[in-house]
Design a protein around this ligand. Structure first.
Ligand SMILES: [Zn+2]
Length: 75
């Protein structure tokens, strides 16, 4: 194996590890029993696909304002 092939292999392995590393255990509460969900999150997010991991959040300015307007008032 020459050096460049070795480098490509190492890079692939590293990316595979990164993909694996950025999945965390979802700790949203399950509806039926209130226990943590514990499914693996969507890669790069903190929640699984059932608990908002796929959500992009508000994307337009209007959507962001609407979202902020619905937050509870802090004292
Ligand atoms: Zn979950």
């Amino acid at each position: 194996m020459n050096d460049s092939a070795k480098q490509v292999a190492m890079e692939r392995q590293r990316q595979g590890q990164m993909k694996h590393d950025n999945r965390v255990v979802c700790d949203a509460r399950r509806r039926h029993d209130g226990q943590p969900c514990q499914a693996l999150s969507v890669p790069g997010k903190k929640r699984c696909k059932w608990h908002g991991g796929c959500s992009t959040g508000p994307r337009t300015v209007a959507g962001k304002l609407k979202c902020a307007a619905n937050l509870p008032i802090r004292h």
